[in-house]
Design a protein around this ligand. Structure first.
Ligand code: IVH
Length: 697
């Protein structure tokens, strides 16, 4: 897509734009190209070359230019992704070519049969196939004319779908324009799958749970639901992604078949070159079905480590001429077949239901199951969310249920097998009182969740301490769930500030505590005192304040106590802060026991202010040199190492490029290391070499 010299020029130009105070209308096209380039690096390649803040800065410059000169706005400008709300329904649009389905197969014999038929049809002894993952999301079709995205449509009934162009534009890995004309193509229809990466799915579900709503069953439902949202701005928040894997129609400019349209793998390469996320890295071109079968079984092993869901693999005849010869049925093409992985499902019995009290007092019913292996792990309990969910799924104690685990996603109940009931099943009865502190439970009208409103409920206190020390909050390594519970039971830890007043003498008297483990715990507690402000805010566990909101809040203040003074109106000005969140924040900072907790934390030496950017020490060997850390380091935290570099006058880069001077490599370093090696100009250091460099300075 971009040659090395393009990359260097665009990167150079980005810096020029970042530094210049006046960008003129004459620069507008170049600025747009620079932004498109960075979107591609970030969303398609996953190797950004600018810090997020730098990108935002450039984007704002473009927005200002376009506001001042509306006649210069183009349809494919990066600013045009943000659409306005859609009407009551989407328009129905015919697909240029029907969106067919795929024939399914479930075992290697099916593939052998299919290959035999394919060889009979083509008269060949051996066929070359392209094998790629079967992405588990929502099918879409994109149409580009003269290099510009004209529309995006859902699959619908395969003949016509819904025009969801505005929502499609929120998927940042889909380019609004792409240089197909370079390949002699004037019109093109591309098929692919929109999906929610596993991490985005988890975050989305987390936010639903925080709002007291039931989480979605799987990323596929989340993706198709997101695409049909009426407000494109809401779609943008879901962090959808897309793989494009098929060209269903194209018009060549001079009637000649472009070289890129001779085979499926070449067409995927072209899509990649045009800036799409096509599965070029995930595909394999293999000769003969035996190799295909071997590859599929190897790929299945990696399934759970992928950052997105797949439900199988797709085998396609690679040569387009052969594809044409083989043709299609009304249901599916004869030149492709899906191989579906075994469903990671199992049946088991609900033995009992326990009611757990969460950090915010939410009561979650958890079904205790007869332990059963599913997709490589044994599942013994499953959250059944709330009363509504229990009713919808018609669950009873002693029911046999079908359960499912998709990739790393939390196991869930698919359905209860009511035909197997023998009359010994019992209704699941929701308690009226908190199972821990016996306070009467309370439910707001529009909520599905019952809550214990006693903020001193021991179960809530424990969960709040666990949350404070958790990885995304203060990241106190070694202070895991089990330990917090144990300390709480032993009365050694009764509230959050107590973490910093632990009596290590008493702890050493407990079973299983050696000198080393106590030292480690003490060290990580000490280290947590200097965590950035947003982690502290997130750690406080204010309802509805997730990581993103905590970051927004931290950015808006210098010191945490400024939040005491903020009014709801002021908070509402901040991005992501709605009325519910603002109310929770002001209530939290009005509460005297919360303020008392903050004062205790301050006394314990927890950093409560925004990091100051240290003035670089001049004359240091780090001066002006750029660094990037990759992989897991043993002795240093990445944030510490980066801070050291910055203090000494160096810069931290976000990706590998010719601008990078040093790459510091920890355990399991991946593509960044490979790339740095290829550039030959980057000095590669291991952790000790980096530490030496610091020491010697
Ligand atoms: S090719 C004409 N390739 O699976 C054939 N489909 O169950 C076009 N899917 O409707 C489809 N990953 O939505 C193809 N790598 C892949 C795919 C894929 C997922 C979906 C697609 C299709 C469905 C059939």
């Amino acid at each position: 897509m971009y040659s090395l010299s393009d990359i260097q020029n665009l990167q150079q130009q980005s810096k020029v734009f970042l530094e210049s105070t006046s960008v003129t209308p004459a620069d507008i096209d170049l600025l747009r190209s620079v932004l498109r380039f960075h979107e591609y690096r970030y969303y398609v390649m996953d190797e950004p070359l600018l810090a997020d803040g730098e990108y935002d800065h450039l984007y704002k410059k473009l927005q200002i230019l376009e506001t001042e000169n509306p006649q210069l706005i183009t349809k494919d400008s990066p600013t045009q992704r943000v659409g306005s709300s859609l009407g009551a329904s989407f328009n129905t649009v015919q697909h240029l070519v029907p969106m067919l389905s795929l024939e399914n197969s479930y075992q290697s014999e099916d593939l052998l049969d299919w290959d035999r038929k394919a060889r009979e049809l083509t008269g060949l002894d051996c066929i070359t196939y392209c094998v790629e993952p079967k992405f588990d999301g929502a099918g879409i079709s994109l149409f580009y004319e003269n290099d510009v995205l004209i529309r995006g449509i859902t699959r619908g009934d395969g003949v016509a779908g819904e025009d969801i162009s505005e929502n499609i534009k929120q998927v940042r890995s889909i380019p609004l324009s792409a240089p197909f004309s370079k390949y002699g193509i004037s019109q093109i229809e591309i098929r692919g799958e929109i999906f929610l990466p596993k991490k985005a799915f988890e975050q989305y579900n987390q936010s639903l749970i925080l709002q007291g709503l039931p989480p979605l069953a799987n990323p596929r439902n989340a993706a198709s639901g997101s695409l049909r949202q009426k407000d494109p701005k809401q779609v943008a928040k879901r962090n959808l992604d897309a793989f494009l894997y098929h060209i269903s129609y194209y018009v060549a400019k001079d009637q000649r078949i472009p070289e890129t349209m001779q085979s499926h793998s070449a067409s995927l390469e072209m899509l990649w070159e045009c800036g799409f996320r096509s599965p070029v890295k995930e595909m394999r071109v293999l000769t003969g079905i035996d190799e295909v079968i071997r590859h599929i079984s190897e790929f299945e092993e990696m399934r759970s480590s992928l950052p997105y869901e797949i439900d199988g693999m797709v085998v396609k005849v690679n040569d387009y001429r052969l594809q044409e010869e083989m043709g299609m049925t009304t249901h599916h093409p004869r030149w492709a077949i899906a191989y579906k992985f075994k469903a990671q499902q199992a049946t088991t019995k609900i033995k009992n239901v326990e009611f757990q009290v969460g950090r915010t007092g939410a009561i979650t019913p958890v079904a205790k199951l007869e332990p059963v292996p599913v997709g490589g792990v044994t599942v013994a309990s499953i959250s059944i969310h709330n009363e509504e969910y229990i009713r919808e799924k018609d669950l009873k104690i002693n029911d046999t249920v079908l359960i499912e685990r998709a990739g790393d996603v939390i196991p869930q109940i698919v359905k209860s097998l009511s035909a197997l009931r023998i009359g010994e099943e019992k209704e699941i009865v929701f308690p009226k009182d908190c199972p821990i502190c016996k306070t009467t439970l309370y439910k707001e009208e529009e909520e599905a969740v019952w809550r214990c409103v006693n903020i001193d409920c021991p179960a809530q206190v424990v969960e709040r301490i666990i949350h404070f020390g958790s990885r995304d909050a203060m990241d106190i390594r070694g202070l895991g769930d089990a330990l917090v519970r144990k300390f709480f039971e032993e009365n050694l830890l009764t509230d959050i500030p107590g973490i910093y007043k632990l009596d290590y003498q008493k702890i050493s008297a407990l079973d299983g505590f050696g000198k080393k483990s106590i030292e480690n715990l003490q060290a990580s507690i000490e280290q947590s005192k200097t965590q950035p402000l947003h982690r502290l805010i997130f750690g406080l566990g204010i309802r509805f304040v997730g990581e993103a909101t905590a970051k927004t809040l931290a950015k808006s203040i210098q010191h945490i106590f400024e939040l005491i003074e903020k009014t709801e109106e002021e908070l509402l000005q901040l991005e992501d802060v709605g009325i519910k969140v603002a109310g929770m924040i002001t209530a939290f900072f009005k509460n005297t026991s919360n303020l008392d907790m903050l004062h205790q934390l301050q006394k314990a030496g927890i950093k409560m202010e925004q990091d100051k950017i240290a003035a670089p020490t001049s004359g240091s060997p780090f001066d002006g040199h750029s660094f990037l850390f990759t992989g897991t380091m043993e002795k240093l935290k990445r944030s510490e190492a980066e801070e050291m570099v910055e203090k000494l006058g160096g810069k931290i880069m976000s990706g590998v490029s010719s601008k990078l001077n040093y790459l510091v490599v920890g355990e399991n370093a991946g593509s960044k290391l490979e790339k740095a090696k290829k550039l030959h100009t980057i000095e590669i250091l291991n952790e000790d070499e980096f530490l030496n460099m610091i020491k010697n300075f």
